[in-house]
Design a binder for this molecule. Sequence first.
Ligand code: GLC
Ligand code: CA
Length: 557
Amino acid sequence: MDKKWWKESVVYQIYPRSFCDSNGDGIGDLNGIISKLDYLKNLGIDVIWLSPVYKSPNDDNGYDISDYEDIMDDFGTMEDFDKLLKEAHARNIKIVMDLVVNHTSDEHKWFIESRSSKENPKRDYYIWREKKDNKEPNNWGSYFSGSAWQYDEKTDMYYLHLFSKKQPDLNWENSKVRKEVFDMMTRWCEKGIDGFRMDVISLISKPEGLPDGEKSKDSLYGSSAACANGPKVHEYLKEMNKKVLSKFDIMTVGECAGVTLEEAKKYANADGSELNMVFQFEHVGLDDGENMKWSNKKISLAELKENLSKWQNGLDGIAWNSLFFCNHDQPRIVSRLGDDSKEFREKSAKCIATCLHLMQGTPYIYQGEELGMTNTKFESVKDFRDLESINAYYELTKAGVISEKELFPLICYKSRDNARTPMQWDNSENAGFTTGKPWIALNPNYKTINAKEQVNREDSVFNYYKKLIKLRHENEIIVYGKYELLLPNDEDLFVYQRILGNEKLLVCCNFSKEYRDFDFSEFKNGEVLISNLNVADITEKTGLSGYEAIVVREKLS
Ligand code: GLC
Ligand code: CA
């Protein structure tokens, strides 16, 4: 297998708004990030993925960009950005930028022009359609509730927005749009950034004729699923690769909603013709229910194993996996797959981390995951900041799909805001995140769960992550070894092997609270690489206690 730096790296995602506030306005910023680079260096990560820091009116917290080449006032200035890049590089940390080019903000100058008249040269930068029977051009719903079409009086036409109405979709069919985007990317690369995480990149090519989508029983709108992996997406990415990506030594990861294994082999093909890797979402969709993500269904471990193993085996040697459970769109994984009670929080956070970080692929840590941060407590709808949660709450309850009483706890459990509560630095007021009034309430558990308490405590979740990162840096088998699942049907134990040359790893994780027998005899000559209970020797070991995780290395003769 081809060796690459981005295969050997561990990425840390920063959601700038919630990371560290340097000037007391309650909003995290670039200088705040700079002040925490030594913390990240200590953790040992190689790459920072920065969620969007560009100019934005913040309808979707920066995922609605009004200027790709300037910095959001809340976050600082371009000088601050340059300083961040320089300071990160001085510590051998790379910076990957979020690239949001499926859509812009409606306040982007291209859209302001586009909307001004049918004859404007930028009209065709976006997707405009005439009314159909005096209604929307098709039945698509937006990911953030409501129709995916917004009527615009000025020219008596509709524009498409797969996300909020302040996020109009760019028209990738237009070669001028592609050129603008590629030139902008080139300027960022020339500035010295180290890669791109491409927001919903699987959605850029819309299906021919924009046909109505399927409408399920209770849904108010038709599905726009046909936009995922659309007809020309690979053509566009190959063009982007040829004109931009191939000219720089950068890493690229595509956020690919709706990607299948077969599609991923194209996006992330080892031939380097498109991207380095994709984020797929099947494993974090296993607990979807009747109302899609608004469900409290538990992920079945057997299904999770089957799914992740499919990706491990399916891409081996052909493409490359990214490994993640958390990001700014997902609830906290200890509260979802682990157990965030006092008894098991740290243990289950470490167990989940072991299971993910020992797989083949590039691991991503989302801010606070390395502390075992949990979901938060919302008292009412007023506590939500995220438009996805707020819109879904009103749309589904008003339409009578589900009652407020039933829906509220489901949104609390799955809301993206769980990931967006401020980073918990210490136990002082507002967790050391800000000296002002935080833009979103802190998780009240910061008094006990915080970085300061963990950095110098040897058995903390933080120090466990630090060990996992170090192990990956020191053991090629963790990066490149072949993956093999054991005990596929077991509902409690996630056990797999990694194999490279004359070495073998056994990774054993108990995802239940109960003790489980496990036969270690085949590995009894092995050496323990890491254990969340500090087990040093397995010769006498016959099982795993609740949420125990252990990794054993054996030399094959
Ligand atoms: C991606 C981002 C998400 C954002 C959406 C629209 O899914 O991760 O946060 O809301 O795209 O840009
Ligand atoms: Ca600030």
